[in-house]
Ligand binder design. Structure first.
Ligand code: SF4
Ligand code: SF4
Length: 439
């Protein structure tokens, strides 16, 4: 079978062996659950419960704050102890609903759908919206919005992202192995909503068991499974479209501009669970691994479970830990505390011992061009970073800084250890602020 890929990218050490063969196991929800009202891109949800309210598992506790927003549901039954700011994954306090778990697991009645093929695309979309589904690969963009392209942007192809190109993470791998039929059914539902005739599942070739499982699940359908080169960031939307379809999404554009929608395999499963079983997004698979984790694995975790609880289960001694990251090592976020809860976009929890944490000492740029070769967006990271240093944000904008997907490939390759992503991120935020000011 041909192996597909895109231009640029890097080959970091994958380090997936510790968890790739570990089946998903459920972690019991703790006594206190802390559910952020903003776990997605867009407007935060608004709390619709207050202190003292009794809640059931699956009950809406936050109403969407706009179209680009989703409802938030309780992942346990119990009593609301507070609606207050708590530390989130971005290092700042965010509004949260704190629930004391009564451990009765009493759920609302989930509305099952006997045959989704017989209902309209709008009804399917409403179910996805009501279930609070967002992109589970880490992007957390509300799924119902992605499934509502304007009429002048018809979609002919849906690509499921099963690349899982971030080192260490194996959650998607396990979902494909253990829930292959549900992933395929989720893709079919998405295709029906978008009236997209072509469905493709892209998987990096370091997961041959997942390729086989998905091929078996696709038997009797028109859905194709394609093997992708093992290369980071193979799972980026634009890179996936380039690799699979040889189509280029224009600068500043979206996949819908070339008739494509990309969804993560975990999101497809969540879509199927919402539509068929009526279950909202209240738990997710999280990979817990790294040199400081004594018992690594893939766990089904209730949304709102504090990271500290997960780490205790995996026998992590935080006193010895040198670095804690939520997400993958390339695009995840380093934490100074294990207090934040697991949210809808938490694909991994990585903890490394002090001795394994590299301390960087940036040196001047030697114009070697390695960052340029690595950039999957064909940018010149060294130049954009230099403009950022000099606060020449208009020049950074003219060099397409806004196209940077913050994948970290450039910084990974830089022999001078220059923090290119941070510099480019600063330029992007200044450019966007200036654009907003102009109106
Ligand atoms: S410039 Fe942006 S898109 Fe290009 S490699 Fe660096 S982080 Fe990735
Ligand atoms: S890789 Fe680093 S040293 Fe080389 S050109 Fe890019 S920024 Fe400069």
């Amino acid at each position: 079978m041909t192996v597909l890929t895109f231009k640029g990218g890097i080959h970091p050490k994958y380090n997936k062996d510790n968890t790739a063969s570990k089946p998903i196991t459920s972690l019991a929800a703790p006594k206190e659950i802390v559910i952020p009202l903003s776990q997605h891109i867009g407007a935060p949800a608004r709390a619709c419960v207050e202190k003292g309210d009794a809640v059931k598992r699956g009950q809406v506790i936050g109403e969407p704050g706009g179209f680009v927003s989703v409802p938030i549901h309780s992942s346990v039954s119990g009593e609301v102890k507070a609606v207050e700011p708590r530390l989130g994954a971005m290092g700042v306090a965010v509004p949260c609903v704190v629930i004391e778990n009564d451990e009765q697991n009493e759920a609302v009645e989930f509305e099952r759908l006997a045959d989704w093929k017989k209902v309209s695309p709008d009804t399917l979309k409403d179910k996805i919206n009501a279930a609070g589904i967002v992109g589970m690969g880490g992007a957390t963009f509300p799924t119902h919005v992605k499934l509502s392209p304007p009429n002048n942007k018809p979609i002919d192809t849906v690509i499921l992202n099963g690349a899982e190109c971030e080192p260490y993470l194996t959650a998607d791998h396990r979902v494909m192995l253990e829930h292959a039929e549900h992933v395929v059914e989720g893709l079919q539902i998405i295709q029906k909503i978008l009236n997209a005739k072509t469905g493709i599942i892209g998987i990096e070739e370091n997961k041959p068991d997942a390729v086989s499982a998905m091929e078996k699940a696709c038997e009797g359908t028109d859905i194709k499974v394609v093997r992708l080169e093992i290369k980071y960031p193979q799972g980026g939307e634009k890179q996936l479209i380039d690799a699979v379809l040889k189509k280029e999404v224009p600068s500043g554009g979206l996949p819908m501009d070339v008739g494509v929608v990309v969804q993560n395999v975990g999101t497809a499963k969540a879509v199927r669970d919402a539509v068929v079983d009526g279950i909202p997004l209240i738990e997710r698979v999280v990979t817990v691994t790294g040199s400081a984790v004594a018992k690594p694995g893939n766990f089904m975790v209730s949304i709102g479970t504090p990271v500290s609880v997960v780490l205790e289960h995996c026998e992590v001694d935080l006193e010895k830990a040198g670095k804690l990251i939520l997400g993958g090592p390339m695009m995840g976020f380093a934490q100074y505390s294990a207090e934040p809860p697991v949210a809808k976009g938490t694909s991994g929890i990585l903890v490394f011992e002090e001795k394994d944490v590299e301390v960087t000492h940036p040196l001047p740029c030697i114009r070697c061009g390695r960052c340029l070769d690595a950039c999957p967006m064909r940018l010149v990271p060294a130049d954009i970073a230099a403009y950022s240093d000099k606060r020449m944000y208009d020049k950074a904008d003219a060099n397409d800084a806004l196209d940077c997907m913050e994948c970290g490939s450039c910084a990974h390759q830089c022999p001078s250890q220059i923090p290119l992503v941070q510099k480019i991120r600063l330029a992007k935020s200044e450019i966007l602020a200036a654009k907003r000011k102009k109106g």
